[in-house]
Design a protein around this ligand. Structure first.
Ligand SMILES: [Zn+2]
Length: 217
């Protein structure tokens, strides 16, 4: 990936600022659970957007920076951590190969039978389980890797620790850079977000004053 982390953060902030004027409140349902990306996020704190900013606005920024950090850590892993890279790749191959095995794990009463009952001649199936299973059968199953030795496990754990340390380092640099963009982000929030929030509050006030809303019974 080109450019320093700082310039990529700046680019992501630009991108978010371009998006911000199009934000409208209430275009999606409120979440019932706290968002794990945003709640307590050091990125949101560094951006100065912790309080009085709708979650959707925070989330749009947090996700952009999360992708940036993830991509940076992936690149570091591919370049510097060969054992961890290999484990990730093997894991992905395993996941791809085990996408669909309709004949596995069946109750013994159903094993070894045709996967699909015969279709009526004038009403063929749109798809059958046998067809879905077929592409798998033609792909050579990856060889099961040899079990890892204790030394290999320790080496992989060491690489995981280096990947974690690198993620923390990148996260720290992202936050430090975000602080430098705080002012323009706050200014944009004041311009494009606060009027909508104030309008919503005003609407709520009117609704509460409505004769249809009995204030006292
Ligand atoms: Zn979120």
């Amino acid at each position: 990936m080109d450019g320093s982390i700082e310039s990529r953060v700046s680019h992501q902030v630009d991108d978010w600022l371009t998006w911000l004027p199009r934000w409208r409140p209430g275009t999606h349902r409120g979440r019932t659970r706290l968002c794990r990306t945003c709640f307590g996020s050091p990125v949101i704190a560094a951006a100065g957007l912790t309080t009085d900013v709708p979650h959707a606005v925070q989330h749009a920024l947090a996700m952009r920076l999360k992708h940036l950090i993830d991509a940076e850590v992936d690149e570091f892993t591919e370049t510097h951590l060969p054992l961890l890279s290999r484990e990730i790749q093997l894991n992905e191959e395993r996941k791809a190969a085990s996408a669909y095995h309709p004949a596995e794990g069946l109750d013994p009463a159903y094993t070894g039978l045709d996967l699909d009952p015969p279709a009526a001649p004038d009403a063929p199936y749109l798809f059958t389980f046998a067809e879905l299973a077929r592409p798998e059968a033609s792909v050579a199953a990856p060889l099961a890797p040899a079990p890892l030795t204790d030394a290999e496990k320790a080496a992989i754990r060491a690489e995981v620790a280096r990947a974690d340390a690198h993620a923390a380092l990148v996260g720290g640099r992202v936050c430090a850079e975000l602080v430098r963009h705080r002012e323009r982000m706050r200014t944009a929030v004041a311009e494009f977000v606060e009027p909508w929030v104030l309008a919503l509050l005003a609407d709520l006030d009117t609704a509460l004053d409505s004769p249809l809303w009995p204030r006292s019974i």
